[in-house]
Design a protein around this ligand. Structure first.
Ligand code: MN
Length: 494
């Protein structure tokens, strides 16, 4: 998943008052921090030194250059010494890149027996960064603040975690999404304002007749199908009952042919996300199941029933997760036995195999909906572990991100008659409270299910988009979420 924006700029703030000797020390120490981070490879993306800035004009120019550089995914700033913040007004006003304010200090320890005013004046981020923080707050600059010594693993981890968000946001700014067919008829929550998505999220959501795809399916060569079948054999286990059945193997080849057609369509149009709908499959013999699953495994966003919001969100979260353990999902059915409440999540077919606990199996079964031929699909259990469900809803005048922290479990019962990828989880704080809060928040039945993105990252993403986020977690109560939603109407409502 190669990204255009894959570098971060590191900028140190100071002023001329200190004289050249101190400024050179500031510059040298900044470089030392960057080199140390690079050597230990603690950050997922390179942090590039852009020097010590001491004038309003230099700061403004730095941000203008960052804006113009497509490879710059964000700017990290640190006030090593005091940098009077009126110097930052022009720069912060111009900035269009994700901004992280790192509040650190070069020296970890106070040298008790030799501390003097020179030490105090060199290591004064404690008040220099507060001056910068005040200006950012006064100007309402959206940003991330991370506090911690530069040698602390946790500090680097949190900067790295934010870097993933910034790269996801950058990807979102030029995300192109292809829709094959429209939304499932009469469904409400999968609808939305595509123009607002362009303005707010940067997405271009483009509709195509499924005939455009069907025509391409017919042109896929035998060699292309064979190459795709080889990839299926490498990645998945073809169930014995499929391998020994000529009809079923043909259905798998049918998915390979559909996948080749979708992939070439997406590549030619520079699309990184797509939707399908079972209500509009004219010219396709099967609903894309295995095909959609395998494309998701390669990092494409996907939404079923025309759900372009979840598809685009999946693409952005897959970039943030670097392709790991992130899928399209639907809250499907419940296990409501007291004390062992669970949600069973799945979809008709389209669950991404990156969340599988073991090798996914290719199986072929009839699909009771849509009236098409039996589709090949991947069947697997989701892995255990902490995860999130994330939903993007359109409230008519704005978008909202709804998040639920969950714990996924290995199923303790086999489900031999359920031929889909599925995952079993317990929502926090409990199924009933989480579902009540989710429903009050208007969260959808379609979500992105991810083990590789944290609630903090979703909140950081919401900050970059300028969106409300509602996180339902272990500490949440229904009452507190309802109050948050009421306040949110005031904050975000108009
Ligand atoms: Mn659905």
């Amino acid at each position: 998943m190669k990204q255009t924006a894959d570098k971060f700029w590191f900028v140190t703030g100071s002023q001329h008052l200190y004289g050249p000797e101190t400024l050179s020390q500031v510059s040298q120490q900044s470089r030392q921090i960057i080199q140390a981070l690079a050597q230990r490879a603690t950050l997922p993306y390179p942090l590039v030194d852009h020097g010590v800035l001491t004038t309003s004009d230099a700061i403004r120019r730095l941000f203008l250059e960052a804006n113009a550089d497509d490879s710059c995914a964000g700017v990290v700033v640190w006030m090593h010494t005091f940098s009077p913040a009126q110097m930052w007004i022009a720069g912060l006003s111009s900035n269009r890149k994700p901004l992280l304010h790192w509040h650190t200090q070069f020296h970890r320890e106070i040298p008790w027996d030799r501390i003097d005013m020179d030490f105090m004046n060199l290591n004064q981020a404690a008040h220099g960064d507060r001056e910068f923080g005040f200006m950012s707050t006064r100007m309402k600059v959206p940003r991330k603040v991370v506090v911690g010594h530069w040698q602390d693993k946790d500090s680097a981890r949190r900067i790295g975690s934010w870097m993933h968000v910034a790269v996801g946001w950058s990807e979102s700014q030029h995300l192109r999404l292809a829709r094959f067919g429209d939304n499932m008829r009469n469904v409400a929550v999968t609808e939305g304002d595509k123009v607002e998505a362009g303005i707010r999220l940067g997405w271009s959501v483009e509709g195509f007749g499924v005939g455009d795809l069907a025509e391409r399916v017919l042109k896929i060569s035998q060699a292309e199908v064979a190459a795709q079948m080889d990839r299926y054999h490498e990645r998945y286990v073809i169930a014995e009952g499929v391998r020994q059945d000529a009809f079923k193997m043909d259905q798998v080849r049918g998915q390979a042919r559909i996948e080749c057609a979708i992939r070439s369509f997406l590549e030619e149009g520079h699309f990184s996300a797509f939707t399908t709908t079972f209500e509009d499959l004219h010219g396709l013999d099967q609903l894309p199941g295995l095909a959609a699953q395998d494309l998701m495994a390669d990092g494409y966003g996907f939404g079923a029933e025309g759900d372009w919001k979840t598809s685009g969100l999946l693409r952005v979260l897959k970039v943030m997760a670097r392709g790991q353990a992130t899928s399209f999902m639907e809250d499907y059915t419940y296990h409501l036995v007291p004390g062992e409440e669970r949600v069973l999540g799945a979809h008709m077919l389209e669950v991404c195999p990156t969340i599988a606990s073991g090798p996914p199996r290719v199986e072929v079964h009839p699909l009771s909906i849509g009236g098409k031929s039996d589709p090949a699909r991947l069947v697997f259990d989701g892995r255990p572990g902490s995860a999130l469900t994330v939903s993007l809803v359109d409230l008519g005048h704005r978008f909202r991100l709804v998040v639920n922290q969950v714990e996924a479990y290995a199923p303790d019962h086999p489900m031999p008659n359920l031929p889909v990828g599925r995952v079993l989880w317990r929502p926090y704080p409990s199924l009933t409270e989480a579902a009540e809060a989710w429903i009050y928040a208007g969260g959808a039945h379609h979500t992105v299910f991810t083990y590789a993105v944290s609630p903090e990252q979703i909140e950081d993403l919401a900050t970059l988009f300028g969106l409300e986020s509602v996180v339902i977690g272990p500490q949440s109560s229904v009452s507190q979420i309802r109050q948050q939603l009421q306040w949110g109407e005031r904050v975000w409502g108009c």
